[in-house]
Design a protein around this ligand. Sequence first.
Ligand code: FES
Length: 114
Amino acid sequence: MTAASTTTRCYNLGPLRQVPPGEGRVFRVGRSSVAVFRARDGKAYATQALCPHRAGPLADGIIGAGKVVCPLHGEKFDLVTGQSLGNRCPPLEIYPALVDDGGDIIVSLPNHQR
Ligand code: FES
C-alpha cells in the first residue's frame, strides 16, 4: 500500500494592486475560483471562494486582523489556518499565497483544484 500524495502547482494571478487594501477579489484558476485577500500590511491570503456555511461570497467579506467575516451571515474565519471562529462551520480551504518581488500574487493550489 502506498501513501496518497498531494501535489501542488503555483499560479501567478497578476499584480496585487488588482485587490484594494483590506478587500478581497475572486480569481478564476482553471475551473476553480479562489478568493484572494490583501491585508493592509501587504500580505496576501487565498481561500476557497465560497463560504462553507451557505456559499456566501467570501471575497466580498470584511477582512482585518487575519480574519475574514462572511458578508451573508457574519461568520468569521481565520485566514491563516482556515478555522471557523465562534461558529460550527467547517474550516475554509486555505492556499499558500505570497507576493513576489515584482508585486504579483503567487498562489499554490492542490492539483485537484484546477
Ligand atoms: S454563507 Fe457565510 S456565514 Fe452564512
